[in-house]
Design a protein around this ligand. Structure first.
Ligand SMILES: Nc1ncnc2c1ncn2[C@@H]1O[C@H](COP(=O)(O)OP(=O)(O)OP(=O)(O)O)[C@@H](O)[C@H]1O
Ligand SMILES: [Mg+2]
Length: 312
């Protein structure tokens, strides 16, 4: 029995002679919100298709809930909600018909399928479009329907391939809230994306894929490298803190900017920084209002590992 909901070993895919995925060892713990990040063409969709048995691996192993994919796909897919990159084929159905049909395919009794379709349409923000045909929908509306479809049958694991690609800004914010809600309810969620700021808000684990290879994986918190980092601190008396910081060995530079104390950390002594600064603040009886890294940790990891610019 493994601790992972998704575990792959040496997962590899060739298209003809082109090696698209190399020896991928994914590990997605139970309850994780796992962000699968990588540039266009890195192999995210190809990997996800193998995880959901839409594509057969060239070699390597996939285990989901300790069952073997694709051999035990029927059993596995009962517990998986999958949102593909290019969703929905049933163009002539209405949204209500489509979602009910999907529920029936999963083996739900008629009434339950109808109930879930209705609830999920409202949840995904397409309740008013229930009787519109799929072919009449905008790309963002389709994506909302596909999200609703992935949630039918209350799956324990969600596999979502760029679920926010076509959503409007408000839709994106709502989506993030929903992912966090689902995570709180104990679901494991695997999301591919290239939008760092979104992944940062939703995910506690990340896997970074570049040219078909997993170049890093783990808890966001543990991957965060504090080297050369700026920190932002606000306390009830900034000047007192600033005076203290200026004499400390772990501070390269400290200054105040728009009411925020910015510290350029000397990474060799970062341990002491994290112990001594909070101790000073508490010792002086100062109120701590803000303490955070100035750049987003994930962004820093990505810039380092991919050595490339990332759009928002
Ligand atoms: N059916 C196919 N036959 C041949 N090559 C393919 C096929 N599907 C994908 N590829 C190639 O595999 C590579 C990975 O594609 P994939 O769709 O997995 O990338 P991705 O990470 O999902 O990218 P994006 O962010 O653009 O969605 C690309 O170079 C693509 O051209
Ligand atoms: Mg893709």
């Amino acid at each position: 029995m493994t601790a992972y909901v998704i575990e792959t070993r040496e997962l590899t895919k060739f298209f003809g002679k082109r090696n698209i995925i190399y020896h991928l060892n994914l590990r997605v713990p139970k309850g994780a919100v796992y962000g699968f990040l990588g540039p266009n063409g890195a192999g995210k969709t190809t990997t996800i298709k193998m995880l959901t048995a839409a594509l057969k691996p060239t070699y390597g192993e996939i285990k989901i809930f300790d069952l073997e994919m694709p051999r035990e796909r029927v059993e596995i897919m009962k517990k998986v909600g999958y949102m593909p990159e290019q969703p929905i084929a049933y163009e002539d159905m209405t949204i209500a018909e489509f979602l009910t049909y999907m529920g029936r395919l999963l083996g739900l009794p008629k009434e339950e399928a109808v109930r879930q379709a209705r609830d999920l349409m409202a949840y995904a923000g397409v309740g008013k479009l229930a009787f519109n045909r799929i072919k009449e929908l905008s790309s963002g509306q389709r994506q909302r329907v596909a999200f609703a479809a992935a949630l039918i049958g209350e799956p324990e694991l969600l596999i979502l391939d760029e679920p926010t690609a076509n959503l409007d800004p408000l839709g994106r914010i709502e989506f993030i809230g929903k992912v966090l809600e689902l995570a709180k309810a104990g679901k494991t969620i695997f999301i591919s994306s290239h939008i760092v700021s979104e992944v940062e808000k939703m995910c506690n684990y990340v896997g970074l894929i570049k040219e078909g290879q997993l170049i890093d994986q783990g808890r966001v918190r543990e991957l965060v490298n504090v080297e050369g980092t700026d920190y932002d601190i606000v306390v009830s008396d900034n000047s007192k803190l600033l005076e203290f910081l200026k004499d400390q060995i772990y501070v390269r530079e400290a200054w105040e900017e728009e009411g925020v104390v910015r510290v350029k950390l000397d990474e060799r002594f970062s341990e002491r920084f994290f112990v001594e600064v909070p101790a000073f603040i508490a010792g002086e009886g100062l109120a701590l209002k803000l303490f955070k890294s100035h750049t987003s940790p994930l962004e820093r990891i990505l810039m380092k590992r991919f050595n490339m610019g990332w759009e928002e």
